[in-house]
Design a protein around this ligand. Structure first.
Ligand code: CIR
Length: 263
C-alpha cells in the first residue's frame, strides 16, 4: 500500500472548561474535562511523534465544540476552503481558524462555503486527490455542490455519499477513513455504497464502528483505544497502529480525525 502525502503540520484547539456544553447526541454521559485535556495532550504528542509541527490554539469559551477544528476548514495541497458548519452554534468557530491558517495559506487564495450551503469538513474524506463528500444532517446538497465545484476547479475528483439514512453517523468520517493507496476503512453501513466500489474496503467489525474514525498520519494509523479487532485488522493489513484513548471526545460525538487539521 503506498503511503499518502506526508503531513508536516497540524492545527489543534485545546478543549475549554465548558467543553461539556457542546453538541452531542451520544448517551455516554458528560465528559470529564480534565481527562479530555489529558487525552488531547496525548493526541498532540502522537502527532508530533509522527513528525508534525503542531500549532495549539487556546481554548475559546464562546465555542464549546471549538476543539473539533476539523469541521471548520478543508485543507488541501491546492488551497483551503473554509466551511459553513451545519450547526449554527459552530459557525463562529471558522473566523479564528481562518486567521490561524493565514500563517501558511494566503487569505487571498482561501475561499469559503456560502449560504444556503452548509458543510462540516468531517464529512469530507480525501483519498489521494479523490474526495468523498458526505451529505449529512450537517452538510447539505448545496454545500456538497459548492465543494465539488471548488475541488474540480483544482483538478481534484469527488463523489458524494448520502449518509442521512444511516443511523449513528454524525459525519461521513465517523464511519470512514482513507488508509493509504486504494485502501479504505468503513463501517458495514457504508461498505457497500456505490461510491466505494473499486476501492479496497477494510470492513470495521460489528460493534467497533467508532474505530472507523481512524487517521492515517504518515507511517502510522491513529486508532481509538478499546477496539482490538479493528487494530488487529489494520496490523494484519501491514499498517503501524498507535492506539489513543479519546473516550471523553466520543461522549461529545467527536473522534480522532475531528481534533486536528493536518497538512
Ligand atoms: C458536534 O456535534 O458538532 C461536535 N460535538 C462533534 C463534532 C465532531 N466532528 C467530527 O466528527 N468531524
Amino acid at each position: 500500500m503506498s503511503a499518502p502525502a506526508k503531513f508536516t503540520r497540524a492545527l489543534v484547539r485545546l478543549p475549554d472548561d465548558n467543553f461539556a456544553d457542546g453538541l452531542t447526541a451520544s448517551c455516554l454521559g458528560p465528559p470529564n474535562v480534565a481527562q479530555a485535556r489529558a487525552q488531547h495532550a496525548n493526541y498532540v504528542w502522537a502527532l508530533e511523534a509522527c513528525g508534525l509541527t503542531v500549532t495549539r490554539l487556546e481554548p475559546d469559551s464562546r465555542h464549546p465544540d471549538g476543539t473539533f477544528v476539523e469541521d471548520t476548514a478543508l485543507v488541501t495541497t491546492r488551497g483551503v476552503l473554509l466551511t459553513r458548519p451545519g450547526a449554527e452554534s459552530r459557525r463562529g468557530e471558522v473566523a479564528a481558524i481562518a486567521h490561524a491558517l493565514e500563517e501558511c495559506f494566503p487569505a487571498a487564495e482561501t475561499e469559503t462555503i456560502h449560504a444556503p450551503g452548509t458543510l462540516d469538513a468531517g464529512d469530507v474524506g480525501e483519498a489521494d486527490g479523490h474526495f468523498f463528500i458526505g451529505i449529512s444532517a450537517r452538510t447539505n446538497v448545496a454545500g456538497a455542490q459548492q465543494l465539488a465545484l471548488w475541488l474540480a476547479a483544482r483538478g481534484f475528483t469527488s463523489t458524494t455519499v448520502d449518509i442521512r439514512a444511516l443511523p449513528g453517523l454524525l459525519h461521513l468520517k465517523s464511519g470512514f477513513a482513507h488508509l493509504g493507496g486504494r485502501q479504505l476503512a468503513a463501517v458495514g453501513a457504508l461498505a457497500a455504497h456505490p461510491a466505494l466500489h473499486g476501492w479496497d474496503v477494510l470492513l470495521v467489525p460489528p460493534g467497533e464502528d467508532y474505530a472507523a474514525n481512524c487517521v492515517r498520519v504518515n507511517d502510522v494509523v491513529l486508532v481509538p483505544a478499546g477496539f482490538p479487532q479493528t487494530s488487529a485488522l489494520l496490523r494484519a493489513a501491514g499498517l503501524r497502529v498507535v492506539e489513543l484513548d479519546v473516550s471523553e471526545f466520543r461522549k461529545m460525538d467527536g473522534g480522532l480525525s475531528c481534533l486536528s487539521l493536518r497538512w
